[in-house]
Design a protein around this ligand. Structure first.
Ligand code: ADP
Length: 162
C-alpha cells in the first residue's frame, strides 16, 4: 500500500503541546508527517528556523514517523515538491476557521491535487498559541504543561531568569 504522507505546516515559533497533540493524532491518519516550518523572511520570529527545528526534533525524539523540514515560498508548491496530497492543520476557534478557510481554498486554487485536513484542538489546548506562550514567558509567567520541557528551557534562556 502507498505510504500516506501528510504535511503539517506552520510557524512553530516555538512548538507547543497544542501542536504536539495535533501531530500525535495526525499520525493516526498518516504514516509519515512532515512538520514544515514556513520560513517568512519578513516575519522575524523569536526563534530562528534552525532553533525551531531543533526544538521540534527534541520534542518528538524517537518518533521515526515525524520528519522536520522548512520551506520558503508557497505552501502549494512545497506540497507538490514533496509529492504529498494532504496538509494537516489544527483549528482552535472561529477566528482560526475564517483564516484557514481562505488559505485552504487559495491553496486548492493553486494546486488542485492538494487537500487540507482539519483537526479540532483538544480541550486542554484550545487557548494555547505560540504567540500567547511567548507573551506569558516574556513576563515571567509559567508555561509549564503547555509546552515541551525543552521549549520551557529555551524560553527561559531567551527571556532570562524566569
Ligand atoms: P501559523 O503561523 O501557520 O498559524 P502556527 O505555528 O501558529 O502557524 O500553527 C500551525 C498549525 O497548528 C495551525 O494549523 C494552527 O491552527 C495549529 N495550532 C496551533 N496551536 C494549536 C492548538 N493549541 N491546538 C490546535 N491546533 C493548533
Amino acid at each position: 500500500m502507498k505510504e500516506r504522507i501528510g504535511i503539517y505546516p506552520g510557524s512553530f515559533d516555538p512548538i507547543t503541546n497544542g501542536h504536539l497533540d495535533i501531530l500525535q493524532r495526525g499520525l493516526e491518519l498518516f504514516d509519515t508527517l512532515v512538520v514544515a516550518i514556513a520560513h517568512n523572511i519578513e516575519k522575524q520570529g523569536l526563534f530562528s528556523v534552525e532553533e525551531r527545528k531543533d526544538l521540534i526534533l527534541r520534542s518528538v525524539e524517537g518518533n521515526h514517523n515525524i520528519i522536520v523540514d522548512s520551506f520558503e515560498g508557497l505552501q502549494a508548491d512545497y506540497v507538490r515538491k514533496m509529492n504529498a496530497r494532504f496538509v494537516l492543520r489544527g483549528l482552535r476557534a472561529m477566528s482560526d476557521f475564517e483564516y484557514e478557510f481562505q488559505i485552504a481554498s487559495m491553496n486548492r486554487n493553486l494546486n488542485p491535487d492538494m487537500d487540507t485536513i482539519f483537526m479540532m484542538t483538544s480541550k486542554d489546548y484550545f487557548f494555547v498559541s505560540s504567540r500567547t506562550i511567548k507573551e506569558v514567558a516574556s513576563f515571567g509567567g509559567s508555561v509549564e504543561s503547555l509546552v515541551p520541557r525543552v521549549v520551557e528551557e529555551a524560553l527561559r534562556q531567551k527571556f532570562g531568569g524566569l
